[in-house]
Design a protein around this ligand. Structure first.
Ligand code: HEM
Length: 367
């Protein structure tokens, strides 16, 4: 099975086509020593390059008298397109490590948006690690071993698993559907278009910090869906919410999923075919673009209400969070019809490092 190189110009897991599963971990550092942080990043780099190439960690896996250096649950499994993407949050640049002057300009936790109901247990973190793979056990193994290696230096703050339809269920590789039943990702920019990726995703030195050149800024939002309410809404309401047909994913008034949104089209009574408050229309206007890489999630049952705790673990990458995510989310929070059916409960931002070169380590452009 295909292996995705860890060492590259950019970190893998950003423009890499989304694998089937996500295991996302946010860590808080427990040390005040910069050299310990650097050491952790070096150990994580070495481990990430081993795991993404399908090798066991450490060399005490066969000794009867020692705890094995690899936890073992990925032994004999293929790499399953494992990618491990590292970034640091705004709190990484507080006074602990003397790196405040390196904080990218205007890189802060997100402002609050209308309708937010954030829970502290799903927010923030000094370090964010997005692990994706076509096998959940391979992804979990990576997160577990990174946490194990970090013991004494960092602790996990929160962890979120995510999924989408697998490539076995859809060998054609069509656009995956979210838990509201709609194709999600149709309007994403083409990741093969280098110029578009440079314009939308990859940070330049003048996007906040020199050391982020070739990196990307990630926004993660845990967005719970009011599934029970959605399930009682008529199909026409659902389609008006997105401005797209559920079956084909095409914009209302068009047949083809990838047809451009015709924002001028009107019905016989003069009403816009794609409603003014529909999600696709609002997210399409103003020329703002970002690369979405979201996964569905479920956290089982909400013990308080007995309802499903499920939704979208929204991840997007961009070169400028202020101009891209924040501008768009302000608009969506104000008038998106989708707000009747969703609530944002978690939030984090991470400056994801440029790619690591052989012999280097994650974050080495920063130190
Ligand atoms: C488009 C779902 C939240 C940004 C879409 C589409 C769906 C969708 C079905 C149409 C198909 C497509 O182009 O992918 C959702 C759901 C959300 C959510 C279920 C929450 C649970 C957000 C958020 C943002 C966002 C928070 C950013 C602030 C976009 C963008 C597009 C889009 C940029 C493409 C618009 C275009 O055609 O240019 N979303 N979305 N979405 N969404 Fe969302």
């Amino acid at each position: 099975m295909e292996q995705i190189p860890f060492y590259d110009q950019h970190q893998a897991g950003i423009i890499t086509p989304a694998q089937n599963f996500l295991c996302f971990a946010s860590f808080d550092l427990t040390t005040n020593s910069l050299s310990e942080v650097r050491k952790l990043f070096q150990l994580w780099t070495e481990s990430a390059s081993l795991m993404t190439s399908g090798q066991m960690l450490g060399n005490t896996n066969n000794s009867q008298n020692l705890p094995p250096s690899d936890t073992g649950e990925a032994a004999g499994l293929t790499t399953s397109k494992l990618t491990i993407t590292f970034g640091v949050g705004p709190s990484f640049f507080d006074s602990r490590y003397g790196l405040s002057s390196k904080k990218p300009a205007s890189f802060d936790e997100l402002p609050s948006f209308r309708g937010d109901a954030l829970l502290p247990e799903w927010c923030g973190g000094d370090i964010g690690v997005q692990v994706c793979a076509d096998d959940m056990q391979v992804a979990f193994h990576a997160v577990r071993n990174l946490a194990r290696i970090a013991r004494g230096t960092a602790v996990m703050r929160w962890m979120q698993e995510g999924f989408q339809r697998s490539s076995t269920a859809d060998p054609s590789g069509g656009t995956p559907r979210n838990l509201l039943g709609f194709k999600d990702g149709t309007g994403n920019p083409d990741t093969h278009d280098k110029q578009a990726m440079n314009e939308i995703v990859w940070a330049r030195a003048d996007n906040g910090a020199n050391w982020m050149q070739g990196g990307s800024y990630m926004v993660a939002r845990r967005i719970r869906m009011r599934i029970e309410i959605w399930d009682r809404s008529p199909l026409s309401d659902q389609e008006q919410t997105f401005g797209r047909y559920r079956d084909s994913g095409a914009p209302i008034g068009s047949k083809d999923e990838f047809a451009p949104l015709d924002l001028e089209a009107k019905d016989s009574s003069g009403k816009p075919l794609i409603p003014l408050n529909s999600h696709s229309r609002l997210a399409h206007t103003d020329g703002i673009k970002m690369l979405r890489r979201a996964y569905s999630y479920t956290g089982g049952i909400d013990a308080k209400t007995g309802q499903l705790d499920a939704g979208l673990f929204f991840i997007c990458y961009q070169k400028d969070i202020q101009k891209q995510f924040i501008s768009m989310q302000q608009k969506l929070a104000a008038s998106d019809k989708l707000n009747e059916y969703i609530v944002h409960v978690g939030s984090a931002v991470f400056a994801c490092f440029p790619g690591v070169r052989q012999g280097g380590y994650i974050g080495d452009t920063l130190f």
